[in-house]
Write a protein that binds this ligand. Structure first.
Ligand SMILES: C[S@@+](CC[C@H](N)C(=O)[O-])C[C@H]1O[C@@H](n2cnc3c(N)ncnc32)[C@H](O)[C@@H]1O
Length: 269
């Protein structure tokens, strides 16, 4: 298992244990930073992200393909709202969490979107922070195949000039690729980066003001009370701990590297 996959699985477990809902997306803060940067505020902002996404589902939508369905938290809320949902994700761990919380009538396909092979279409393909995982042209081919009426993308794009990683596309490249495909119109395309950034303000604060100092105190105490064992642990994990203890500044770095957008594509023919 790759470290990134493990991190996502771990965050999923935390999200369920701490907040109860299991959302794996960032928070949405239209009013800016919260007065108290707490885990509770983050959980509420993740719900606000869902509410904003839900408000952009076109009227008349009955069936939804939830691409990159995480722990099934979005799918559960959408099912309760009366939509007929199918989920897909390549992660066995996340799918197990989704199956445990979803009604048995909601299929969870264990595959990437690239290799999904179903004999039907859906009114809407939903990408909740999952679009950037998928190679762009393949994602657009599969949208052509599966999205009967619309696609909703709530996700981030790499900024022009910011670290090319071969996977995340720029927003301009996305629009250019889309322009090559007749039959679609961009019905909504909003830059919501400013409303997402407080997520990092809260995460930075939780780490820099709480978790980091706690770990530093614990480490010193451990070194004092268990010097031999501590030396062993430090030999294996010391560098990682040092790296972790460096203050986080993701609120600044995320905004420099990425733009977060809410995009709705509608089929015109
Ligand atoms: C950041 S999580 C978002 C989960 C969920 N949509 C949410 O809003 O909480 C990204 C999801 O995309 C999935 N994913 C990763 N690669 C994928 C791919 N190639 N095709 C479809 N989903 C993928 C992950 O397994 C995970 O479920």
């Amino acid at each position: 298992m790759k470290l990134k996959d493990f991190r996502l699985d771990f965050e999923a477990m935390l999200s369920e244990a701490v907040f109860g809902h299991g959302f794996l997306h960032y928070g949405y803060w239209p009013e800016g930073r919260p007065a108290t940067p707490s885990a509770r505020a983050l959980g509420e902002a993740q719900q606000a992200w869902f509410d904003r996404m839900r408000a952009e589902i076109p009227s008349g939508t009955a069936t939804i393909l939830d691409v990159g369905s995480g722990t099934g938290a979005n799918a559960l809320a959408l099912t309760r709202a009366g939509f007929q949902v199918e989920c897909l994700s390549p992660s066995a761990q996340l799918n197990a969490m989704a199956r445990a919380k979803l009604p048995a009538t909601v299929p969870v396909h264990e595959t990437g979107f690239e290799t999904l092979d179903l004999p039907r279409r859906f009114d809407l393909c939903l990408f909740g922070e999952s679009f950037h995982y998928i190679q762009q042209e393949t994602a657009l081919d599969q949208i052509e195949r599966y999205a009967g009426r619309a696609a909703l993308i709530f996700d981030y794009f790499r900024r022009e000039g910011a670290g090319e990683d071969g996977r995340r596309q720029t927003h301009a490249a996305f629009l250019a690729a889309l322009a090559q495909r007749p039959g679609w119109r961009v019905a909504l395309d909003e830059d919501v980066t400013a409303a997402i950034l407080p997520t990092f303000y809260v995460l930075d604060h939780l780490k820099n003001a709480h978790v980091g100092p706690f770990l530093t105190r614990f480490r010193a105490e451990f070194r004092r009370s268990r010097p031999l064992l501590s030396r062993g642990v430090e030999a294996v994990l010391g560098r990682r701990i040092e790296r972790f203890l460096k203050p986080s500044m993701r609120e600044a770095t995320f905004g420099e590297a990425f733009e977060y957008r809410l995009i709705r594509l509608e089929r015109t023919s």
